[in-house]
Structures are given as structure tokens and as C-alpha cells.
Design a protein around this ligand. Structure first.
Ligand code: GEK
Length: 251
């Protein structure tokens, strides 16, 4: 179903903005695993978390679901009854692929509803778990706080947000070191310097990363009471945020 990512292996004379089109979808799982350090481990961690935090009769949101990897892992791990996963992406090609990929890999009764929509327009309701796995960075920075506020409002008490992102650092030396380590990770995974350079150029205007501090401020502003980094590999990391406290025995 999917191919190896060689999309940028030839020289492209004009650097265009990155889009999640059909060509990207065809190589997406290979691309994301070879580009995001710790991606597979994070998917596994989200599954483990889902086992503990998804509440009976609640909804789980996978925002920016791409081909549905997060939803499939969550679906596999849910043990409670009458809950539903809502997977949303605004790329028509991603959504089409997600529908067939989830159908192929679905191995439980937990319903997964897949919608083509902009996550800024979605109303979050009765949620016990919301996952933004490397999606927020593709939204305009001015829209990010409102989305996190909406997620907070739509989460049930004891609800959990997972927010994974690429970070940048104000300290130039640290930023360069971690960027170089990430480039090296990509080289080790078979990407050439040309592919790395062309991808960076295409993402420059569409993927605007925040600092760790900006994320913390945004999470605090929205009202989450307990939060922290639960994963980091080079300049990629993931926050876990609890709407209101931790109930022993629940997790
Ligand atoms: C994974 N979470 O495999 N509304 C909806 N979707 C959007 C929007 C938006 N406004 N902006 C971007 N997207 C996935 C990986 S990829 C990360 C997420 C990456 C979607 C976009 O179409 C793409 O599918 C996804 O967000 C980002 O864990 O490619 O680095």
C-alpha cells in the first residue's frame, strides 16, 4: 500500500511550499518514521496511555490523523465500552487513505469516525483523550491558543491531552546542535543531504515551530493543572497534560 520515500531525491529547481497531497500520502509512514526521532516509540506510548485514560462512553480525538496510525494504536488498546475515536485531517488525500488503512487494520469493536475537516473548526466534546501528534506546528501560530483552549473545554474531568511537536531553541548553539543531530538521524535513515535540504526549504513557511517555553505558556493559559514533557528525542518532544489532577487507580 505504501512506498519508500524518494519524493525529494532529485534536484527540484524551485522550492515550493510543502503540501500533504497524494504523493506524500503514498510514502507517509516511511517518511514519518525516517524523519521524526522516536515516532514509533511515541505511538506505542500513546497506546499504553489510552489503555489507562480512555473513559467509558467518552470520545477520543486524533487531530491531524494523517493515515490513522495513532487511531489504530488507540483502538487496539481501548478496554472500556461505548467509546468512539474521532479522527480528523484537512488533507483529502490523507482522509481517503486513512479510511482504507483503518478498515484494513481495525481489530476491535471500537468505532473510528474519520472526517475531512479543519481541526480549528471542530467542536471537542465529552473527550477523555485528545492527541495532537505533530499537527499543531502546521497551524498558523495565532490559531494555536484557541485550539488548545477548545481542547481543554471539551475534555472531561480527568481528561488527557497529548501534544507532540518539533521544538526550536532560543539559544542558537543549542538549536544548531539539535538541528545537526536531527539531520544526522535523517542521514542515518537513508536521506541524502539534497533531500534534507529540499525538505527544510519546503517546510520553512508551513511548519513554524515553537519553543518549549511557548508550549508551556499556552498549556498553562488554557487551564491545564498538571503537565510535563513525557518524551523527548533531540528537538522533538511530547507533552502530556491533565485537565484536572490525577485520580489514583484511574491510570
Ligand atoms: C501521526 N498525527 O501519524 N486541520 C486538520 N489537519 C491538519 C491541519 C488542519 N488545520 N493542518 C495540518 N493538518 C499524525 C502525523 S502530520 C505530521 C501528523 C507531519 C494535518 C496534515 O494534513 C497532516 O496529515 C498532519 O496534520 C500532520 O501521528 O507530517 O510531520
Amino acid at each position: 500500500m505504501f512506498k519508500r520515500d524518494t519524493l525529494l531525491s532529485e534536484f527540484i529547481p524551485e522550492c515550493k511550499d510543502w503540501v500533504f497531497n497524494k504523493q506524500v500520502v503514498e510514502v507517509f509512514p516511511d517518511m514519518i518514521q525516517r524523519s521524526i526521532p522516536g515516532y514509533n516509540h511515541l505511538i506505542f506510548m500513546i497506546g499504553v496511555l489510552a489503555k489507562y485514560c480512555v473513559q467509558e462512553k467518552s470520545q477520543v480525538y486524533d487531530l491531524g490523523c494523517s493515515v490513522g496510525t495513532v487511531s489504530i494504536e488507540i483502538q487496539k488498546n481501548i478496554t472500556v465500552k461505548s467509546c468512539k475515536i474521532i479522527a480528523i485531517d484537512n488533507s483529502p488525500a490523507m482522509v481517503e487513505c486513512c479510511r482504507s488503512y483503518i478498515k484494513q487494520h481495525s481489530n476491535s469493536d471500537v468505532l473510528v469516525e474519520i472526517y475531512e475537516n479543519d481541526i480549528r473548526k471542530v467542536s471537542i466534546q465529552n473527550a477523555s483523550l485528545v492527541v495532537l501528534n505533530f499537527t499543531l506546528q502546521f497551524l498558523h501560530p495565532d490559531d494555536r491558543q484557541e485550539l488548545i483552549n477548545n481542547i481543554w473545554k471539551g475534555l472531561n474531568p480527568q481528561g488527557v491531552l497529548v501534544l507532540s511537536e518539533k521544538f526550536h531553541y532560543v539559544d542558537k548553539d543549542l538549536n544548531t546542535l539539535l538541528t545537526n543531530m536531527h539531520d544526522n538521524f535523517k542521514r542515518d535513515n537513508g536521506y541524502s543531504d539534497l533531500e534534507i535540504h529540499q525538505k527544510r526549504c519546503m517546510l520553512e513557511k508551513v511548519m513554524l515551530t515553537d519553543t518549549f517555553e511557548t508550549h508551556v505558556q499556552r498549556i498553562q493559559n488554557s487551564g491545564f493543572q498538571n503537565y510535563g514533557l513525557w518524551f523527548q528525542h533531540f528537538n522533538f518532544g511530547s507533552f502530556i497534560a491533565l485537565k484536572k489532577g490525577y485520580t489514583s487507580g484511574f491510570f
